[in-house]
Design a protein around this ligand. Structure first.
Ligand SMILES: Cc1cc2nc3c(=O)[nH]c(=O)nc-3n(C[C@H](O)[C@H](O)[C@H](O)COP(=O)(O)OP(=O)(O)OC[C@H]3O[C@@H](n4cnc5c(N)ncnc54)[C@H](O)[C@@H]3O)c2cc1C
Length: 387
């Protein structure tokens, strides 16, 4: 079959969620997904840390977080298929933000917004923090904010669960590379694959993640999304913390958390844009380790065991999702640019874009603030809590 109603380029969590929600909403048109990386080796979804939080500063991101958190809480029950369990390992250990004099006022503003939108985050004094985590050094801190409705889950399991449901509901998965999206005048007409084959569709979704900017460039419709390397490291320590450590952000931006009987550490620092999957070990030794050791003496004696690098679909304009139909090309839909919060927002984003495709409007959460045209309109979504 070479004619589809909807074709999706990219087979990561965004594509899977859009297709899943189209079917959930009763959409009966034909859907095809193209994924060039059949093993998902370089896709961002399985390389993601799987963090889920409510701690955003904009209403749109908080609403997407609340919706997605509820979905992930019931995901294992709702996605069970044929009696097989769907395990996504959602650990609700919370997010903890350590604040200095500079970041405290930013979080005071965030807490005000949270009160308004019923987010349960709470402020702790340095003494309260020390009481809970006696091994932390708190002398340089002005306090902390704890977000209890947060934690992390396994993104690859979520992706596979969506995929299983989609395949059961006649969504075709084709493990081929799309060379370009095709158009005639101001309408999308389909895609051409790298092997030269052409598939027709009046609706094509760009869900190509870190590769989405490049794909849109080929249509001469640039979007501000670039691949940006992020690195994560697993460590063990001679003496471990006696408590489970939540997803904890140091004021520097570095974060660490308990993962099983180890700890995962990362630091979203400046890096060059590009498809770079190389892990920089000296970055850990020279830059990360000293900061960790200054936060707790337990980090002085550690061993970095392994690590990995993956790509953010990084929105260079405002670090937020880009969702909607392109204003200059009918039938060309975009879902990308999540810049480090894509896994957690995938249920809300996929549901929203499916509504736009299926009903022509948003029904659950109004995702209009994330529209493609906001860059030209200079109506950016300015989020103070992006990592
Ligand atoms: C190290 C790291 C840590 C992260 N931590 C978190 C976190 O804690 N919490 C959170 O919410 N988010 C996190 N993220 C972000 C999150 O993983 C991404 O935002 C999300 O996975 C993006 O999903 P996607 O489907 O758009 O992209 P992907 O999963 O990359 O899927 C896009 C797919 O498109 C395919 N593709 C591209 N071009 C083509 C083409 N031309 N033809 C066919 N196929 C194509 C690619 O092979 C890829 O599989 C993290 C990301 C990384 C890298």
């Amino acid at each position: 079959m070479k004619n589809y109603d909807v074709l999706i380029v990219g087979g990561g969590i965004m594509a899977a969620s859009v297709a899943y929600h189209l079917r959930e909403q009763g959409y009966s048109g034909s859907i095809g997904i193209f994924e060039k990386d059949a093993m998902y080796e370089y896709s961002s979804t399985p390389r993601s840390e799987g963090g889920i939080r409510q701690t955003f500063s904009t209403e749109i991101n908080i609403k997407m977080s609340q919706y997605s958190f509820n979905m992930y809480e019931k995901f294992e029950q709702e996605m069970a298929l044929d009696g097989d369990e769907t395990l996504i390992d959602f650990k609700k250990n919370g997010y903890l933000y350590l604040l200095n004099e500079m970041s405290l006022p930013i979080f005071e503003d965030i807490l005000k917004i949270h009160r308004k939108l019923n987010v349960k985050s709470e402020y702790w004094t340095p003494a309260e923090l020390k009481e809970r985590y006696p091994d932390f050094c708190v002398e340089d801190l002005a306090g902390a904010v704890f977000d209890p409705d947060a934690g992390n889950a396994d993104p690859y399991s979520v992706l596979q669960a969506y995929n299983r449901h989609n395949k059961r509901r006649d969504v075709d998965y084709m493990y081929e590379e799309v060379d370009t999206i095709l158009r005639e005048g101001d309408r999308v007409t389909g895609v051409r694959l790298a092997n030269g084959e052409v598939y027709h569709a009046n609706i094509v979704v760009n869900a190509a993640g870190a590769w989405s900017g490049e794909l849109s460039d080929k249509l001469a419709l640039p979007i501000p999304v670039k691949p940006l390397r992020r690195q994560l490291y697993t460590i063990d320590m001679t003496e471990r913390f006696s408590q489970t450590i939540p997803f904890t952000f140091d004021p520097t931006g570095l974060h660490f958390r308990t993962e099983g009987d180890r700890y995962v550490v990362g630091w979203a620092r400046e890096d060059a844009y590009g498809y770079n999957f190389k892990l920089n070990r000296s970055f850990f030794e020279e830059e990360i380790w000293p900061v960790l050791a200054s936060r707790s003496p337990l980090f002085e004696q550690l061993k970095m065991e392994r690590g990995w690098a993956g790509l953010y679909d990084y929105n260079t304009a405002d670090q937020n999702a880009v969702i909607g139909e392109h204003p200059e090309l009918t039938g060309y839909y975009i879902i990308t640019g999540f810049s480090g919060h894509g896994f957690q927002h995938a249920p809300a984003a996929g549901n929203g874009l499916a509504e736009l495709i299926h009903y022509g409007k948003y029904e659950t959460i109004d995702l209009h603030p994330l529209r493609v045209e906001r860059f030209k309109e200079k109506d950016l979504v300015l989020e103070t809590a992006v990592y």
